[in-house]
Design a protein around this ligand. Structure first.
Ligand code: SF4
Ligand code: SF4
Length: 441
């Protein structure tokens, strides 16, 4: 018998207690300091003369027969691969790379403006491709940019056309927008089966306007808020995203208060996310303002302790902690956290196909074309399709693999040149915070 290779065991932040989690068997426990000492001894291969305790560890799969564990792992992996084939596919479509904003941290400024413009013929070719390629699969479209909802008659015509094609194909659509012209688009959006509109708001007026301004410098906060109000009033779900770094995180309590006072947080058509501003594509001018994954969550933990109402606006996931607290059980083992070329693809108006939003628009990441001709770079596609914790050497021996899933393939590729390499998530540290937030307090 061995201490399971999938146990994640550590001390809960600001507590004497510990936690142990095992995603393979689906068990999680809070452990007293006394029992934690026994686990430390067991982990170090020292015998523990407490038969009841050992029996409980066996029952919960923390102390296992190695061969049985390998068998269970194989079976769960096969279940995972089976269920992945039924997953809904998210198909991003970039209508243009141009934008009316000049955000201080925009990564897309590195892309040379592409040739050509979107036409209804290209939209037809996109729908033809996805209906052939993903026939029989559940799918939906997310319209992306640049800024897809630019306030020009031509753009409105194209977005209306795209929505009518999606309706004819019985597909939902989502939009990722800076939100500036939303008010002008609500009547068009109402004709579609719109799943959600993702809008970025980086803080209250002065903070947001110092980061996300129009080309020319004018503020954008008030118009975005009008757009959020208009969507909610029309039962269109808003997913409000704050892009956080050290320059705006202190404004989170104020933004949360603003959203609460607006009545947004009690609407069933409102949800939020916090995205980390990070160096995915090229060096930012001030990298020291960026959070690491752990430091962002440590900051959120501290802010929520000081301003508990923040959770009405945003509840951090802290790896699988929030899921466990809300569902009373662990999620299924995560053999792969990167949906690229499995349940996510990206397409742009130039006719190119990419793995996802992290690679879209990068010429050397193109995986083929849907227009003017259909073509596929099968070697590159296979590398993305085969990426999971079984195929990444570092992950196969990592005790956190079933919570981490190997991270992001694009970040891994930027780091090592190889898609099939690791992008480590600080799972243990996040669970230390998560158990403190959702179970100890
Ligand atoms: S490469 Fe990264 S951004 Fe792209 S789908 Fe995978 S995890 Fe997401
Ligand atoms: S990416 Fe890193 S932390 Fe995640 S499973 Fe692989 S080795 Fe472990």
């Amino acid at each position: 018998m061995i201490f399971s290779k999938h146990n994640i065991f550590s001390k809960i932040k600001d507590s004497e207690n510990f936690f142990i989690v095992n995603l393979l068997t689906g068990n999680a426990d809070i452990v007293s300091p006394n029992d934690a000492q026994k686990i430390i001894e067991i982990r170090n291969s020292k015998p523990v003369a407490d038969a009841n305790f050992m029996a409980e560890l066996v029952e919960k799969g923390y102390w296992v027969d190695e061969k049985e564990e390998a068998k269970l792992y194989r079976n769960k992996y096969l279940d995972f691969v089976d269920s992945r084939n039924d997953d809904e596919i998210q198909l991003f479509f970039v209508t243009n790379y141009s934008c009316n904003f000049a955000c201080s941290y925009c990564y897309q400024d590195e892309y040379a403006p592409s040739q050509g413009v979107l036409t209804t013929h290209i939209i037809d070719k996109f729908f033809l491709y996805i209906q052939n390629e993903f026939a029989g699969r559940k799918k939906y479209i997310t319209v992306f940019g640049g800024e897809p909802l630019l306030n020009s008659p031509k753009q409105k015509e194209l977005i209306s056309y795209l929505i009518s094609k999606a309706n004819a194909a019985n597909l939902d659509v989502s939009f990722v927008t800076n939100g500036y012209s939303l008010v002008d688009y609500v009547d068009i959006l109402k004709h579609g089966s719109v799943r959600e509109i993702q809008i970025t708001l980086d803080g209250t007026a002065s903070v947001h306007n110092s980061r996300r301004f129009l080309k020319g410098g004018a503020g954008t906060f008030d118009k975005i808020c009008e757009g959020v109000d208009a969507c909610i009033a029309n039962n269109i779900t808003v997913n409000l995203r704050m892009v956080a770094d050290k320059e705006n995180i202190e404004n989170l309590p104020e933004l949360a208060r603003f959203a609460i006072d607006k009545g947004w947080t009690t609407s069933p058509f409102f949800k939020t996310q916090i995205g980390r501003n990070y160096e995915l594509h090229h060096c930012q001018s001030a990298p020291d303002k960026l959070f690491s994954r752990v430091s962002l969550y440590e900051e959120l933990f501290a802010l929520i302790q000081q301003h508990p109402y923040i959770v009405e606006f945003y509840k951090p996931a802290y790896s699988i902690s929030k899921f466990l607290s809300e569902n009373g059980n662990l999620p299924d083992p995560l053999f792969d956290s990167c949906p690229a070329c499995k349940s996510e693809w990206a397409f742009d108006y130039t006719g190119h196909i990419y793995s996802c939003t992290a690679t879209v628009g990068k010429a050397d990441e193109s995986l083929g074309t849907f227009y003017p001709e259909v073509s596929r770079k099968d070697d590159m596609i296979n590398a993305w399709e085969n990426r999971d914790v079984m195929s990444i050497a570092e992950c196969s021996t990592c005790n956190m693999q079933l919570a981490c899933g190997g991270g992001c393939g694009s970040i891994a590729k930027n780091r090592t040149g190889n898609v099939c390499s690791s992008d480590c998530r600080p799972v243990t540290e996040l669970l230390e915070l998560g158990f403190a937030s959702y179970f100890e307090k």
